[in-house]
Design a protein around this ligand. Structure first.
Ligand code: XBP
Ligand code: MG
Length: 252
């Protein structure tokens, strides 16, 4: 029986990366006098590494081998990342990022049907807070009984830690949950925790390997804008993800 829905944030609840996180990283670099600028395609490659601080470190190590790391490298990363978070939250406050189709509809239906909800993401808690506040409204933060985010676990996706953490905190078994993800790192993480997953792809993740997903679609769908199926564990007739479809996907 499905008791809870666990949502990734970036790429799943909203398309946050290209016009959100990427832009905020570039502003932070400029602020501290670095001439780094992450283009859209480069950023697609950098998404291989989850977590903003981890991503900056990966960029330096892979693309700037001559860069001399400061002695206080951890502080350097933290300072840049704090600035980046400030810029990113600013973009959200300006309403620059909207929820993806079907997200609000599904969350409202799940609440009405008393399913438990949680957020399971590698992004920073302030970012989740700002996204929910500026899309679903301030009260929506309390709709999620757990917001598992950022450094709450030592290992970020593709490690299963954030999902294992959520299961422990919510006292749920993996088979009582359905996760929503958009990326290969995401489904590796859910699979590692044994949680069945529905994937909504985006421009950055279209070519990813989603082996093991219950369903891979372009978006959750709205009555007037049905989803397109990219792969499914069984034939389905419905063209939007609702609780009835989720139950159908997990039935024996
Ligand atoms: C999302 C991420 C995040 C954001 C940046 O991955 O990788 O790192 O890009 O967030 P997922 P922070 O959707 O798989 O959780 O800069 O706050 O870390
Ligand atoms: Mg994601």
């Amino acid at each position: 029986m499905v008791k809870a829905l666990l949502f990734d944030v970036d790429g799943t609840l909203a398309d946050t990366e290209r016009d959100g996180h990427r832009v905020a990283f570039n502003k932070a670099f400029k602020d501290v006098g670095l001439d780094w600028s992450w283009s859209e395609p480069l950023y697609g490659d950098l998404l291989e590494v989850t977590g903003g601080k981890e991503r900056i470190q990966h960029y330096i190590e892979k693309y700037l081998p001559a860069f001399k790391k400061p002695d206080n490298f951890k502080d350097f990363l933290q300072t840049l990342h704090t600035l980046k978070t400030r810029y990113y939250v600013e973009l959200l406050e300006q309403g620059k990022v909207a929820l993806r189709p079907g997200v609000e509809r599904l969350i409202r239906e799940a609440r009405a049907k008393k399913l438990r909800l949680a957020i399971t993401t590698t992004t920073t808690p302030e970012n989740v807070d700002a996204l929910l506040r500026n899309t679903l409204g301030p009260e929506s933060i309390s709709w999620f009984e757990l917001i598992a985010a950022g450094d709450c676990v030592p290992l970020k996706k593709p490690a299963p830690d954030v999902y294992v953490y959520a299961l422990e905190k919510m006292k749920l078994r993996a088979d009582e949950c359905i996760a929503f993800e958009d990326s290969e790192n995401g489904i590796k993480s859910t699979s590692g925790a044994g949680i069945r997953t529905i994937v909504t792809v985006n421009d950055y993740t279209l070519e990813h390997d989603f082996t093991g997903a219950l369903l891979v679609i372009d978006q959750l769908g709205e009555p007037t804008a049905p989803f397109t199926v990219l792969s499914s564990n069984r034939p389905i007739e419905s063209r939007l993800v609702d609780i009835a479809l989720i139950k159908q996907l997990v039935s024996e």
